[in-house]
Design a protein around this ligand. Structure first.
Ligand SMILES: Cc1cc2nc3c(=O)[nH]c(=O)nc-3n(C[C@H](O)[C@H](O)[C@H](O)COP(=O)(O)OP(=O)(O)OC[C@H]3O[C@@H](n4cnc5c(N)ncnc54)[C@H](O)[C@@H]3O)c2cc1C
Length: 378
């Protein structure tokens, strides 16, 4: 199948099967596992995974196009698939051949669901505070600790756990990543978290109590955890940028349709500059977010350094998503503020994008740090 056909078929499927369920997914606060697996069966969980591991072997641009469409149908499921893709990406780039063969084909088909567990009650933006410990005992590692706000956590079959394996010479945490299978004794879901938005992504609080992990489940090398995590988060950032675009375009489209149809004071709302002008601004900002995100994806596909661009894309797209959702609620009046409209949900979902995969403030820190590396040459 050519690339355009894959996207056209995916769009059809998302519109028919996922979009009508998006409000129910939010209401239930549950990851719809059956739908997740169906997406896998359609071949849509491995856009950038090479064909020899069952993926489509396509470039990042195609993945981004798909994520935008998925976010239009269900931002929650798009967040869930973001994490799943981050896990695939990390295994693909850092895994041993046996690990790739064991996990990737099943993940691509949706038979295995992945989660990426970094955040802890005491460690959010600051990874140096990670305290989940790992000690090496014989041919095993033993993990103890807690992970919180873990997307897919309620149902995941495998977790990439970021744990502390020591302290480096500068007193910073030495981190490593372990593939922890769900059946591991001592791994428990403490509770499902009631987030305000992104409620269909199975976000959970996980505890690890003397979890024995076979040595062959170390991902990469001991001490490589920071790099693996940052690399996975690059995928997370660009995916959240795409979700932001999906939400903003839904908000814009719905607002235009409604403000043409709805009449007050003898005119359609869109005729009032107070309604029409902000929509014109959002249309421009949405296009700018799209260009920025595709530029980042294009650089990523070419293997260039993208930290600056993925942070810019994430910061900007998610901001446009929140702005457009706030505007959409306002334009729809009381209807927009009601659950029935589905528009207040887009606002709740959009806000989560400014926090997950590195907050907006952290993106600004990265941007200024990257720009400071080459002063006068940017
Ligand atoms: C929808 C969603 C999904 C998520 N999924 C996952 C997941 O799958 N796996 C996972 O590990 N985690 C996940 N998280 C957690 C997420 O990674 C953290 O919320 C995020 O890293 C921020 O950490 P925190 O919430 O502890 O905030 P904190 O780090 O405590 O920050 C609180 C506030 O202070 C600001 N702040 C912190 N440090 C600085 C600074 N140096 N300069 C300026 N401002 C600063 C922050 O920007 C923020 O506004 C998810 C979160 C959300 C919302």
């Amino acid at each position: 199948m050519v690339e355009a056909d894959i996207l056209a078929k995916a769009k059809q499927f998302l519109k028919k099967k996922i979009q009508p369920k998006s409000s129910l997914i939010d209401e239930r606060n549950e990851l719809p596992v059956k739908l997740f697996r169906e997406i896998g069966e359609k071949g849509l969980l491995g856009f950038t995974v090479p064909k020899n591991y069952g993926g489509l072997g396509l470039n990042t641009l195609m993945y981004i196009e798909f994520m935008i469409e998925l976010a239009k149908a269900s931002p929650s499921l798009a967040a869930s698939i973001t994490t799943h893709t981050m896990v695939e990406h990390a295994i693909l780039n850092y895994g041993l051949e046996e690990q790739k063969e064991k996990y990737l084909p099943a993940m691509v088909k949706g038979g295995l669901i992945g989660a990426f567990a970094m955040t802890e009650p005491g460690a959010g933006s600051d990874m140096n505070r990670i305290s989940t410990s790992s000690s090496s005992i014989g041919d095993k590692f033993v993990l103890n600790g807690e992970k919180i706000f873990i997307t897919n956590g309620t149902v995941a079959d495998l977790f990439l756990m970021v744990a502390r394996t020591g302290t480096d010479s500068k007193g910073r945490a030495e981190l490593s990543v372990f593939i922890v299978e769900r059946k591991t004794k001592g791994l428990d879901v403490k509770k499902k978290i009631e987030l305000s938005g992104i409620r269909g992504a199975g976000v959970a609080h996980i505890t690890l109590s003397n979890c024995q992990i076979p040595r062959e489940n170390l991902l990469g090398e001991v001490g490589q955890g920071f790099r693996i995590a940052m690399d996975a988060i690059t995928v997370g950032k660009i995916s959240y940028a795409a979700i932001g675009i999906g939400i903003a375009s839904q908000c814009l489209e719905k607002s235009i349709v409604y403000s043409i149809k709805r009449k007050q004071f003898g005119n359609p709302l869109i005729k009032f500059e107070g309604v029409g002008f902000p929509l014109a601004e959002i249309a421009v900002e949405l296009e700018a977010a799209r260009l920025l995100t595709f530029e980042a994806a294009s650089k990523m596909g070419k293997g260039e350094k993208v930290n600056l661009y993925t942070s810019m894309a994430k910061l900007y797209s998610t901001k446009v998503a929140v702005k457009s959702a706030l505007k959409a609620v306002q334009i729809h009046g009381a209807y927009g503020y009601s659950k029935e409209s589905g528009i207040e949900r887009l606002l709740r979902d959009a806000k989560g994008l400014e926090i997950g995969e590195g907050t907006s403030e952290i993106q600004k820190k990265i941007i200024i740090r990257e720009l400071s590396k080459n002063p006068g040459k940017n």
